[in-house]
Design a protein around this ligand. Structure first.
Ligand SMILES: [Zn+2]
Length: 494
């Protein structure tokens, strides 16, 4: 009796255990995973990353945005916008209109994030019930966007009235395990699932389990999962980016990726899931050369109280009356570059926002400027350990990985060129069959890694069909096993 009841239950429940029928994407976000980490360590063993190289698609790396700290970069990756457009211009910044100093401790304040960006998890939910988009619409989306259009992006979306209507039978849904920003509202929406508050002690395998439970949720499975891992950032800061400890961490992350692949395989989802591996920035040794602004006649009292004290890249906030003096003096320091607001080179896409207040500092690799009191630099200091990611985003060491794996990608594709973080959002929209929000991505940067002409939806359709077929096969096998079991337990039936 028990066997028969279990069989009936299993067969009844099975169809609801299938994952979302929408295109499925997992984004694995490794903090500070420099583009060349898998290759700089002699003798490193990374079989899973090797498998991604052989069976997936890669480019040389992805260039970050200024400032090369985590929060601006995670949002540029997720929204396809330069900092001047999403306006999270650093981890901490000053907003003159709100007359408020923002930092990570108060990033739950919606004004920290919600300044016009639409991250991918919101795009996915906003088009929860939409049909497949014509690929031709998306292909040129990046090219059509003008820089001036982006600031009004939020307004346009509101006006369009295309708020998510999740009342269809099988809506798209997003989940994020600690991906920065997923806990915050954007135009009043948040990711359907997110883990909060941030807990860096939460075991990495447990994070995968949470993600998998959302993907296989029988009631409302997610079709977009963002998984954030806060390494190799910690070890690279503490021990240096090219240390044995960083090598060991890269091997551990390889092993962790194998676990993710195994779990997807166990659920029969590996072949029908696209997976992106991204990082927010790279990492460089040092900086070990600390320059005191005091030695050049610039005193900490010339800055507003919220000025950063010691950085390799930063906004500087001199008091109005000292602005010219500070600029002139700092401009004379070797290995230090200072730009006034109007002079920040266009390639940084940084100054067209009110949150770029006065001037920007970019030190050469290995250098750091301290604007604190003289006594701070009388004793030898290190930056924050033996490694730092604060550097010019066009320094190759600032670049992160960009790897792709899954049915949408060419096998073994490699292009020896960097893409930009802002190119990633449009690609995610394509993989999820979504119409992208206005963004700064360039489609030509990512097009050639896809395994079919993007004007055709054949690839994903075929994948979807084979996934459904696989489910029916498993259902049939389940039925067969149950019938056999019933025969053998005949005596129990009444
Ligand atoms: Zn970071």
């Amino acid at each position: 009796m028990r066997v028969s009841m279990l069989c009936v239950l299993a067969l009844l429940i099975y169809p609801t255990l299938a994952a979302s029928s929408h295109s499925r994407l997992i984004v694995v976000a490794f903090d500070s995973f420099r583009y060349d980490f898998p290759h700089v360590f002699p003798g490193i063993v990374t079989p899973t990353f090797d498998k991604i190289s052989q069976e997936g698609a890669r480019v040389k790396g992805s260039r970050p945005v200024l400032m090369t700290n985590s929060w601006p970069n995670w949002l540029s990756l997720a929204s396809g916008l330069w900092p001047e457009s999403h306006q999270v211009v650093d981890n901490s910044f000053y907003d003159p209109e709100f007359d408020k100093w923002f930092n990570l401790a108060i990033r739950a304040d919606p004004r920290y994030y919600d300044m016009g960006a639409e991250p991918i998890w919101i795009t996915n939910q906003r088009q929860a019930c939409s049909q497949r988009q014509a690929a031709g619409d998306q292909r040129h989306a990046g090219d059509q966007r003008q820089a001036g259009d982006q600031r009004q992006a939020g307004d346009q979306r509101q006006a369009a009235g295309d708020q998510r209507s999740g009342d269809c039978e099988n809506p798209r849904s997003s989940g994020a395990v600690f991906y920065p920003g997923a806990e915050a509202p954007f135009s009043g929406m948040k990711a359907d699932r997110f883990v909060t508050p941030y807990n860096e002690l939460l075991d990495y395998r447990r994070r995968i389990d949470i993600l998998m439970s959302w993907i296989t949720d029988p009631v409302r499975p997610i079709n977009l999962g963002m998984l954030y891992i806060d390494n190799p950032d910690h070890v690279a800061h503490e021990f240096g980016p090219e240390s044995n400890q960083t090598r060991d961490m890269v091997e551990l992350l390889d092993n962790l990726t194998a676990t993710l692949f195994d779990k997807l395989q166990q659920e029969g989802l590996l072949d029908s899931t696209n997976i992106l591996f991204i990082g927010d920035h790279g990492h460089a040794p040092g900086p070990d050369k600390l320059i005191s602004a005091n030695d050049y006649g610039v005193d900490s009292s010339m800055f507003e109280s919220y000025s950063p004290r010691s950085h390799s890249t930063a906004q500087l906030y001199p008091k109005k009356e000292y602005e010219e003096f500070v600029y002139e003096r700092l401009s004379t320091i070797p290995n230090i570059t200072v730009y006034r607001k109007a002079e920040v080179p266009e390639r940084y896409h940084y100054n067209n926002t009110r949150r770029m207040v006065s001037m920007v500092l970019i030190a050469d690799e290995g250098f750091k400027l301290d604007i604190g009191p003289k006594s701070r630099t009388d004793v030898p200091q290190r930056a924050s350990g033996r490694g730092s990611h604060q550097m010019d985003p066009f320094n190759d060491k600032a670049a992160s990985i960009f790897w792709a794996y899954g049915p949408a990608f060419k096998q073994g594709f490699y292009r020896d060129e960097f893409i930009y973080h802002v190119d990633v959002y449009q690609l995610m929209c394509h993989l999820l069959e979504l119409k992208p929000a206005p963004n700064n991505g360039t489609w030509a940067h990512v097009r050639d890694m896809l395994n079919v002409d993007p004007t055709s939806t054949l690839s994903t359709t075929t994948e979807g069909a084979s996934a459904v077929l696989a489910h029916y096969w498993i259902f049939g096998l389940n039925l067969l096993v149950c019938l056999l079991a019933l025969q053998h337990t005949h005596g129990d039936i009444y």
